[in-house]
Design a protein around this ligand. Structure first.
Ligand SMILES: Nc1ncnc2c1ncn2[C@@H]1O[C@H](COP(=O)(O)OP(=O)(O)OP(=O)(O)O)[C@@H](O)[C@H]1O
Ligand SMILES: [Mg+2]
Length: 255
């Protein structure tokens, strides 16, 4: 459902993405992990048509995002790293506006909007301007807007940041349910606990290069093979081993 073929992005001298190859099947929840500046957002922007790659192809549901942007965007949903919303619209107006953009029929749209507002406890704020919403409330509106047109593939860039525990749990439940309905989920996150519980497979990117790909068990094995001491069977230890982090002795000296 999501394919990257030699996907590469250069910003002047910086190689933000270096020959990324991925093949993610229908219904998979794929976790894309990596340190700050590793290239995760760059990849999401290319997959969703917000950025042109320097080289390579991004294929979503059989469509090349560069050659068939409109066809591809119809089946895509995106929750970006910073919520993109019109501050001078109310939450309800914004959702209606997005429904218009994606041609969601009016009757169905009304039902869905009301259901999402209820689910995220935003009903009593539906007629307030988005500029008065908290960060988490904006995130919930963006998430609702992304669901309106029933996307087949969802890209999420740090979707849980700013959400309260109930909101985060709600999103986890929604993603699990969507996955059962064969929706494919591509999620960048630093919250390893969420990745560990939710994702079927995990890719780790470091300095633009995919350095590990597989289930948590496969990554654990890989980390053990690379290390000379035991790596614990949790994603945090595995991640730190594979990305070469985890030596803090010198920092503590200068505190
Ligand atoms: N518009 C830009 N111009 C120049 N360099 C950029 C631009 N956007 C990103 N970069 C560089 O590309 C690299 C990858 O950035 P990217 O935002 O994809 O990282 P990330 O993995 O999403 O990081 P984070 O975890 O902090 O969100 C970084 O070195 C960054 O400085
Ligand atoms: Mg990012």
């Amino acid at each position: 459902m999501i394919k990257a073929i030699n996907l590469t992005k250069h910003y002047d001298k910086v190689v933000a993405l270096d020959n990324l190859n991925l093949d993610i099947p229908d219904g998979e929840i794929f976790g894309f992990l990596g340190p700050n500046g590793a290239g995760k957002t760059t990849a999401v922007k290319i997959f969703t048509g917000l950025l042109m790659p320097t080289k390579g192809e991004a294929i979503i549901g059989g469509h090349d995002i560069q050659k068939e942007p409109e066809e591809t965007k119809k089946i895509l949903g995106l929750v970006p790293d910073t919520p993109f919303v019109y501050q001078k619209l109310t939450g309800y107006e914004f959702l209606n506006f997005v429904g218009d953009l994606y041609d969601v029929p009016e009757g169905l749209r009304e039902k869905k909007i009301n259901e999402y507002l209820e689910m995220f406890e935003l009903k009593e704020h539906k007629n307030e301007l988005i500029e008065d919403y908290s960060h988490g409330m904006q995130q919930k509106i963006v998430f609702s807007a992304m669901l309106l047109h029933n996307p087949k593939v969802i890209f999420l860039d740090e979707p849980m940041v700013g959400l309260d525990p109930k909101g985060a749990r709600m999103i986890k439940e929604i993603l699990s349910e969507l996955s059962k309905r064969k929706v494919t989920v591509f999620m960048c996150t630093h919250t390893l606990e969420i990745a560990e519980k939710l994702c079927h497979r995990i890719g780790i990117i470091n300095k633009g290069r995919l350095i590990a790909l597989g289930t948590k068990e496969q990554l654990h094995k890989m980390a053990e093979e690379q290390g000379d001491r035991g790596v614990k069977d949790n994603l945090e230890d595995i991640f730190l081993r594979l990305t070469g982090a985890g030596e803090y002795d010198n920092i503590i000296k200068y505190l």
